[in-house]
Design a protein around this ligand. Structure first.
Ligand SMILES: *[C@@H]1O[C@H](CO)[C@@H](O)[C@H](O)[C@H]1NC(C)=O
Ligand SMILES: *[C@@H]1O[C@H](CO)[C@@H](O)[C@H](O)[C@H]1NC(C)=O
Ligand SMILES: *[C@@H]1O[C@H](CO)[C@@H](O)[C@H](O)[C@H]1NC(C)=O
Ligand SMILES: *[C@@H]1O[C@H](CO)[C@@H](O)[C@H](O)[C@H]1NC(C)=O
Ligand SMILES: *[C@@H]1O[C@H](CO)[C@@H](O)[C@H](O)[C@H]1NC(C)=O
Ligand SMILES: *[C@@H]1O[C@H](CO)[C@@H](O)[C@H](O)[C@H]1NC(C)=O
Ligand SMILES: *[C@@H]1O[C@H](CO)[C@@H](O)[C@H](O)[C@H]1NC(C)=O
Length: 619
């Protein structure tokens, strides 16, 4: 038993702590509180009757997204905005043939075919393979057969609460360029950081670059309204930098993706950068691509600290906004930038680049849609909420992952003090900087897959934060996925993922109360452990993923209705099994993908997702 007073005292030190209440007895059954028919007669009545073989099963079909009846625009079309880009040159390149016997001869052109080819030759792509690639041109979509759209047998267990999704709630599914497109060296795309990540490469991936129409057709057939995807910088601008030519084939490709989404009655959501920095930004030292950031930072190096990154990204973002802002209502500049940050300069680049694009969108494009960033943070919860040291460590963990970027952009206030203590090369923010950055994001995107239980670094948090020689500096915490009672925090999936829906509700309150901005759960999803090794029928009967989606969405509803948290939408990662940064094994997909023939098949979780949403939507 714990004294409630201590709990209250600690709650001011660190948000969202796990509180343990010792109890005994049985689990509550609130739905059984009404008098039952057998009340007062606990003995069953046994009897026999003629046996019947019949057992009723319903056959239900998914309902597709209705055809659009009107179009909404969120900005003027490109023809009226192109002047904002100044003089731009566009051109086209071919596809890289590493075995070509004839070399391009336009060697005098810094952005010609020869220069483009040289980028690939110099990229030192290891394990180059496109041997399983099937397509080299856009595939026309075919309608999805009704037989594919039959609902699976109903779920046995479902939440019993009666909440509905608020009008306009955005339910969507998500993917990204580098993880789905394939065609990495085709139609002008230049090399970027993910093209050389092993042991399995993204060179073919889902061939979504050619199969997007079929993929979108399949999503529309399931009735999902929002489609989240990212655009590849290295495709739009093969030479990455301001003043270099735009790739017309890429502009037309994404134009076509957006138009096809709209034609199918769906709504596009676009991210500008999704872990795919062009290789150019590592030119000075290629081995920096594989640089492992200090403990506590992310897993990769996104090159943000390169002094040319900020202007180049802003130039790229302006090209996207002028071309597509008329049809895209929701934009994210960066996906999980913390994951690719390595120092204080990287964080500063993200802040400035985002703020500049938000100002451009609002003041020059006059866009009426929304813009935000997507944060990575598997919510840090204190291992021992009754211990102030533990609570402070959890607070620091979330401040590091979120606050360093979110304080300036959402609240217009300085970095957290702990961040300035820990990150010696942090870039100081002037009052002018803060005024410029303040509230430049309309939505708070969070990818809240799971949680981490946080303990301070051995020797204490403070001692570590201020000591660059400490082996855990600057992260200065240890993480675990066990509760204090020794149980896992939730059902475990592939590697790090655990299904922790009740913490999601707490987390949403934390974000809403802290950053005071409407939230979108921009990626929720679950990699079922060992799924790829199961027979196909069992892969498709992915109950753990359904459990995850249904329970997490139900907790989002509770956050909305019981806690007053404004959650605008949720996007499920991912719309199909994909390439997950070096592997195809950690499947997150709502669809199975056959790696031999690229056919897709719906998993049951997709149907359960739609059923949960459709039975609770209010528009
Ligand atoms: C292309 O060249 C590579 C390396 O020189 C070689 O391994 C591969 O077999 C060649 N492919 C074709 C289709 O000739
Ligand atoms: C290349 O393939 C080998 C063998 O599968 C693998 O160990 C390695 O990680 C791969 N390297 C890259 C950069 O893809
Ligand atoms: C930074 O990016 C530029 C391209 O804009 C490149 O020329 C330079 O070498 C990069 N610096 C480093 C250290 O990689
Ligand atoms: C290049 O980067 C590697 C890996 O981070 C580093 O070990 C090496 O010192 C760097 N080389 C130069 C010349 O800066
Ligand atoms: C709180 O936790 C820290 C480290 O996790 C530990 O050293 C300290 O003894 C704990 N304090 C109490 C009062 O339990
Ligand atoms: C900093 O950490 C290192 C490594 O753990 C340790 O040897 C050193 O004593 C610490 N310095 C201070 C001032 O605590
Ligand atoms: C994948 O496709 C190939 C070729 O069509 C087929 O032989 C194989 O059985 C399929 N695999 C699964 C698991 O369906």
């Amino acid at each position: 038993m714990f004294a409630p007073l201590i709990v209250v005292a600690c709650a001011t030190l660190g948000a969202a702590q796990q509180v343990y209440i010792t109890t005994s007895g049985t689990v509550a059954r609130p739905s059984c509180s009404a008098p039952q028919p057998w009340h007062g007669n606990p003995q069953p009545h046994y009897y026999q009757k003629p046996f019947s073989w019949t057992q009723t099963e319903t056959v239900r079909y998914a309902t597709s997204v209705p055809s659009p009846t009107s179009t909404t625009t969120y900005a003027r079309p490109y023809e009226e905005l192109s002047y904002l880009l100044g003089n731009v040159v566009s051109t086209t390149w071919g596809s890289w043939d590493r075995n070509a016997s004839v070399r391009p001869t336009d060697t005098a052109d810094p952005y010609g075919q020869a220069a483009w080819t040289a980028q690939w030759e110099n990229a030192n792509i290891v394990n180059w393979t496109t041997s399983t690639q099937l397509y080299s041109t856009t595939v026309s979509p075919t309608p999805v057969a009704a037989s594919e759209l039959v609902y699976p047998p109903p779920r046995y267990l479902n939440p019993t609460e009666c909440y509905t999704f608020p009008e306009g709630f955005m339910l969507g599914v998500a993917g990204s360029a580098s993880q789905f497109e394939g065609a990495v060296a085709m139609e002008g795309k230049a090399p970027m950081q993910q093209d050389n990540v092993g042991p399995e490469s993204n060179h073919v991936a889902n061939e979504y670059y050619f199969l997007y129409k079929q993929d979108i057709e399949r999503l529309a057939a399931m009735g999902v309204k929002y489609f989240y995807f990212s655009i590849s910088w290295a495709r739009i601008l093969p030479f990455a930098l301001p003043g270099t030519p735009i790739n017309m084939q890429a502009i037309q490709h994404y134009d076509d993706v957006i138009n096809f989404v709209l034609e199918k009655g769906m709504i596009p959501v676009v991210t500008m950068w999704h872990l795919d920095t062009p290789l150019t930004f590592f030119e000075g030292n290629r081995s920096m691509i594989n640089y492992v950031p200090p403990p506590g930072f992310g897993f990769h190096n996104g090159g943000f600290q390169n002094e040319t990154f900020q202007d180049a990204f802003v130039n790229y973002g302006k090209i996207l906004l002028t071309h597509y802002a008329d049809r895209v209502p929701l934009w994210f500049t960066f996906n999980e930038p913390f994951l690719d940050s390595i120092n204080g300069q990287s964080i500063y680049t993200v802040l400035k680049a985002h703020a500049r694009l938000a100002h451009f969108y609002r003041e020059e494009i006059h866009g009426t849609g929304m813009m935000g960033l997507k944060f990575i943070d598997n919510f840090g919860v204190a291992a021992d909420p009754h211990n102030a040291t533990s609570a402070a460590a959890a607070q620091w963990y979330n401040d590091f992952h979120l606050g360093a970027i979110a304080n300036p952009l959402y609240l217009g206030i300085d970095y957290p003090e702990t961040y300035k203590q820990a990150i010696s090369d942090y870039v100081p923010l002037t009052p002018e900087d803060l005024a410029y950055m303040k509230q430049t994001a309309d939505v708070f995107g969070i990818d809240p897959y799971t949680i981490n239980v946080i303990n301070p670094a051995p020797g204490g948090l403070e001692a570590c934060l201020t000591n660059a020689s400490h082996p855990l500096h600057p992260g200065c915490v240890t993480t675990s996925t066990l509760t204090q009672t020794g149980w896992a925090v939730g059902y475990g999936g592939f590697v790090w993922a655990h299904d922790t829906p009740k913490y999601l509700r707490t987390y949403l309150s934390y974000l809403w109360d802290t950053y005071r901005t409407p939230i979108i759960a921009t990626e929720i999803g679950f990699p079922v452990s060992g799924e790829g090794e199961l027979p196909l029928a069992n892969q498709r009967f992915d109950s753990p993923r359904s459990d995850y989606l249904v329970s997490n969405l139900n907790e989002i509803l509770k956050a909305i209705w019981e806690d007053g948290v404004q959650v605008l939408g949720a996007f499920v990662w991912s719309f199909a099994d994909d390439w997950e940064m070096g592997t195809y094994a950690s499947q997150f997909g709502l669809q199975f993908v056959n790696r031999t023939d690229q056919t897709r098949q719906y998993k049951r979780s997709f149907f359960d997702l739609m059923d949960f949403y459709n039975s609770r939507k209010s528009d």
